[in-house]
Design a binder for this molecule. Structure first.
Ligand code: DX5
Length: 212
C-alpha cells in the first residue's frame, strides 16, 4: 500500500489555515482535523463551523477526540469527512452504533487507541467494522509532543492482524520517526508540527514518505 501523508492543522494559526491547506495539499494526500471537546481531552479545538469554512480538495480525516462522537459524526461527514476517527476509550458500549453510523453515511471508519490502550482490548467484531486502525503515538490533546516509540509494537501487532488494512499513526511524526512507523507497518502518517515548521515542506513531505 502507498504511504499517505495527512498533515494535522491543529497547531496552525487559524488565520493561516486555508493558505496552508492550499500550499501543503500540493505535496500530501489530504488534511486531518483534530476535534476536541474539553471532556475526552482537556483542550478544545475547531468548531464545526470552522471546519466547514476550510476548503479541502483531497482526503479529509476528522479525528473526534470527544466523549460523545455520535452527536457529531453526521455533521462532519456532511462537512466533507472521508474518514471519521473515533476513540475506543470514549464509549465502548456504543462503538458498534458509531461505526455503523459512519458507514451508513458513506465515510470510512477509523478507530483510535490512546497510548495506554492495548490492541487486544478491542474485540475482533469491532475491529471487523474498522477500515483504518489508528495508533496514537502521543497522548491525545496537543500537537508538538515527542513520538512514543513503544507505540511501534502496537503498529506491528495491527499489521500482523490486518495485512490489507491501512494503519494510521498520529503524533510526533517527523522525518526521524516516520521511517520507524513505516517499517512497523503504518501506511497513513499524520504530521502536524514537523510539516508546518519545515523550511521546505515539499522535501519534508517526501522525507516522511521515503521510509528507511
Ligand atoms: C494530538 C493530535 C495530533 C497532533 C499531531 O492530539 O491528534 O494529530 O496534532 O501533531 P504533531 O505532529 O505536532 O504531534
Amino acid at each position: 500500500m502507498d504511504i499517505k501523508i495527512l498533515p494535522s492543522v491543529l497547531n496552525v494559526p487559524r488565520e493561516e489555515i486555508q493558505e496552508y491547506i492550499e500550499e501543503i495539499e500540493q505535496v500530501v494526500d489530504g488534511i486531518s482535523f483534530d476535534i476536541m471537546d474539553g471532556q475526552f481531552v482537556p483542550p478544545t479545538s475547531f468548531t464545526l463551523e470552522e471546519v466547514q469554512s476550510y476548503n479541502v480538495s483531497k482526503l479529509m480525516e476528522v479525528h473526534l477526540m470527544v466523549q460523545h462522537p455520535e452527536t457529531m459524526i453526521e455533521d462532519y461527514v456532511k462537512a466533507g469527512a472521508d474518514i471519521v476517527t473515533i476513540h475506543y476509550e470514549a464509549l465502548q458500549e456504543s462503538l458498534h452504533d458509531n461505526l455503523e453510523l459512519i458507514h451508513e453515511l458513506g465515510a470510512q471508519t477509523s478507530l483510535a487507541l490512546k497510548p495506554d490502550t492495548p490492541v487486544d482490548h478491542v474485540p475482533d467484531d469491532v475491529w471487523d467494522m474498522v477500515d483504518v486502525p489508528l495508533i496514537m503515538s502521543v497522548e491525545p490533546g496537543w500537537g508538538g509532543q515527542s513520538f512514543m516509540t513503544d507505540m511501534l509494537e502496537k503498529v506491528r501487532i495491527l499489521r500482523e492482524k490486518f495485512p490489507d488494512k491501512d494503519i494510521n499513526i498520529d503524533g510526533g511524526v517527523t522525518d526521524e520517526t516516520a521511517p520507524l512507523a513505516i517499517e512497523a507497518g503504518a501506511t497513513i502518517l499524520i504530521s502536524g508540527s514537523y510539516l508546518y515548521k519545515a523550511e521546505d515542506r515539499e522535501e519534508a513531505a517526501e522525507a516522511l514518505r521515503r521510509g528507511l
